[in-house]
Design a protein around this ligand. Structure first.
Ligand code: NOJ
Ligand code: CA
Length: 539
């Protein structure tokens, strides 16, 4: 018998491939505002599931869903009552399973949002802790005894990030710690039962097929064991927490937890991934959270907090690249999220927001898009009677809060509520919303949606974009990023951004993509770049 050579019928795959998350584009869905599947005015899992083809068409790699758990409703779902149950507003655990299955079939991954720093005050642990100061549940939070003299002074000077003291009192006079609202008591991560419980939560969702988690307040969790005063007061206008918050943020023990969670992720045949919220001002400190055995991505918010200013953008990008290169981690880039006013309004025009997007999508590392930025949505002015955000109320109306970037998505211009829901949406949509609808933009070659789609396509195809090496320079109001593929081939791409008010001439051989329509092609190796535009060119 002649031996037939064995046929290799395995599907073609690149031999050496980086893990998917290194250069992934992740699309953040604010679940309550994305798509309503059952017509009650609230976004939900069936709605999101039905819109997955839209995300595939846009060209992202993964979707991150903001908290979906049974919640006390005090902070947009970031006050969790049950970490393994789905809020009935959003659907069921089976809906999550179905979402994951459909997403995987489309080549998309699904990240959920986990909230380990605190629970809801409605959580059964905290309820038990209130009822019995000597219970094991009470030992899972930070309780301090009632003042001996009966006075009203909190145990120390720690402040809530949403305003006011970080301590509130129980009916029996004890103090408990909450770095956010009083409805979000902080857990004590030095208690092993807390650690073990979160292992179980991670496994519960991973076993369902979920690909990873965005980790809320990943720079938090541990606090100074002696409860010493903070040297200063947190200011939300800063780039992030610094030494003034030394007692409540960035404690060394937190890195042990990320090593533990990373090992748990890596124990799966298809390793799961973690992206942590690391709001620290010092980028080299942020980088330490993304060391090879810790979080896969550590969000830094310097770019998110940069104004439309060439020096600010260029310095931030250069510093972040250095900080993440030092630990061999990809830099995660973010221009917008559910905590920050929309780019269009912050920068002053949709033109600028489009230019910033082109800049971000050229950079090596991962990019996080916030639902609606691909439509060029502006920040909405929410009537006071409709506001929901505790920041607005706890600051006595001094801080506008985050409702304006959490408005339900416009899908179809001519349908009621711009196609989000047959019922009145949970937050009102402004009058101009249908004009931004997806169905208006999908077929328009000049729309913001089309720009994002083209940029994501080019990023997939061109090895210098998204996963190459970058060097950043600034020439007056112009930011220049030179990008080369890691193996040097094919030749370099340059991203030019004109953040000034006058046109400039830049070097360019061919124009790959422009952030605004009407940018003329290069002549004799030069291209005229109007104010507030960006281009990708080869030189
Ligand atoms: C960060 C989240 O992004 C924000 O929305 C939330 O209010 C706080 N963490 C508290 O969980
Ligand atoms: Ca619904």
């Amino acid at each position: 018998m002649s031996a037939e050579p064995m046929q290799d019928t395995r599907p073609f795959e690149h031999v050496t491939r980086d893990p998917w998350w290194r250069d992934a584009v992740v699309y953040q869905v604010y679940l309550r505002s994305f798509a309503d599947g059952n017509g009650d005015g609230i976004g939900d899992f069936p709605g999101l599931r039905a819109r997955l083809p839209y995300l595939a068409e846009l060209g992202v790699d993964a979707v991150w869903v903001t908290p979906h758990y049974v919640s006390g409703g005090a902070d947009g779902g970031y006050d969790v009552v049950d970490f393994t149950a789905v809020d009935p507003d959003y659907g069921t655990v089976e809906d999550v399973r179905g979402l994951v299955e459909d997403a995987h079939a489309l080549g998309l991954r699904v990240l959920l949002d986990i909230v380990p720093n605190h629970t809801s005050d409605q959580h059964p642990w905290f309820q038990r802790a209130l009822a019995d100061p000597d219970s094991p549940e009470a030992a899972r939070y930070h309780f301090r005894p009632a003042n001996e003299d009966g006075g009203d002074e909190p145990p120390n000077n720690w402040q809530s990030m949403f305003g006011g003291p970080a301590w509130s009192r129980t009916p029996d006079g004890r103090w408990y710690l909450h770095l956010f609202t009083p409805q979000q008591p902080d857990l004590d991560w030095r208690n092993p039962e807390v650690v073990a419980d979160f292992d179980r939560t991670l496994r519960f969702w991973f076993d369902l097929g979920v690909d990873g988690f965005r980790v809320d307040v990943a720079y938090g969790l541990f606090k100074d064991p002696a409860y010493r005063d903070n040297p200063g007061i947190y200011s939300p206008t800063l780039f992030g927490h610094g030494p003034e918050q030394a007692m409540t943020t960035n404690q060394p023990e937190v890195h042990d937890i990320w090593r533990r969670w990373r090992a748990l992720c890596d124990s799966y045949a298809e390793p799961r991934m973690l992206v942590g919220e690391v709001s620290l001002a010092d980028l080299s400190e942020v980088g330490r959270y993304a060391r090879p055995d810790e979080l896969h991505h550590a969000f830094q918010f310097r770019l998110l907090k940069s104004d439309w200013d060439a020096a600010s953008f260029a310095d931030t990008i250069a510093e972040a690249l250095t900080a993440f290169d030092a630990v061999g981690a990809p830099a995660p880039w973010v221009l917008g999220n559910h905590d920050k006013a929309r780019q269009v309004t912050r920068y002053g025009s949709v033109r600028r927001a489009r230019a910033a997007a082109l800049l971000m999508l050229a950079l090596p590392g991962s990019a996080y898009l916030y639902a609606g930025e691909e439509l060029g949505l502006p920040e909405a002015d929410v009537p006071v009677a409709s506001r929901r955000d505790p920041i607005f109320f706890r600051s006595g109306g001094k801080r506008a809060g985050r409702d304006g970037c959490r408005i339900p998505m416009p899908w179809e211009a001519s349908r009621p509520n711009a196609g989000f829901s047959a019922a009145t949406p949970w937050l009102p949509q402004p009058a101009g919303w249908p004009g931004h609808a997806v169905d208006r933009q999908e077929s328009d070659p000049d729309s913001t949606f089309t720009l994002y789609q083209q940029a994501l396509m080019a990023r997939r195809l061109h090895p210098a974009l998204g996963s190459g090496r970058a060097s950043v320079t600034r020439h007056g109001d112009v930011v220049r990023v030179d990008l080369v593929a890691r193996d040097g081939e094919p030749g370099p791409v340059t991203c030019w951004v004109n953040m000034g008010s006058a046109p400039v001439t830049v070097a360019a051989r061919t124009l790959l993509l422009a952030s605004s329509p009407g940018v003329p092609g290069p002549v004799d190796g030069r291209l005229t770049l109007a104010a507030d535009t960006a281009v990708w060119v080869s030189r």
